[in-house]
Design a protein around this ligand. Sequence first.
Ligand code: GRF
Length: 226
Amino acid sequence: MGGWAERVRCQISSPIVTNMPTTGSDAGAIVVLVSGYGSNLQALIDASADPAYGVRIAAVGADRDDIEGLDRARRAGIPTFVCRVADFETRSRWDAALASQVAAYRPELVVLAGFMKLTGEAFLRQFGGRTVNTHPALSPSFPGVHGPREALDYGVKVTGCTLFVVDAGIDTGPIVAQRAVEVRDDDSVETLHERIKTAERQMLVDYVGRMVRNGFSVTERKVTIS
Ligand code: GRF
């Protein structure tokens, strides 16, 4: 893949773009952060078994213990770490610790895959512009943790999922990709979310691979994969 110097980094709420650091990361390495079931993580694990995919999951981190996401990583022989907010005096110390745990694995890209915490200033200083997250709605609609429920309650006929570059807001970052999912008359929150997750996994695998293999740039709100 090309050097990070060829890519640019989005400064939060600023049109200024700067060069991505060229040191401190290993080619093809990603760290995935999870909080739960980890089906998106599993899709990345499965895809990265093929060397042609070009992505190596260097570690999986979580903000809690005893979750299926961590078990999935262990079964695949991937190093894991847990960084719990409750173990730190302040949220910002937790955030700085999370950043240094992630940095230890020298990722080119950090993937939040069902990670239910907002990353803070220290994390974004180090990984802003190269951290992506998935959201189970079509941004800018229905930000936050109840995307499928709010889409259903609102009565939209089409919803979907969004892959975006993380910034300081809640699901507000520059959009990498989106997939539309039709809402059916008989959908429950669960059936709708399951169909969204099917689309989400495919989108995530497709775009994480492309971003890592080809590099990408973020200019203001526009994400371009090289
Ligand atoms: C995904 O829909 C993600 O967008 C949302 O939570 C879900 C996580 O699913 N934040 P999983 O843990 O990857 O199965």
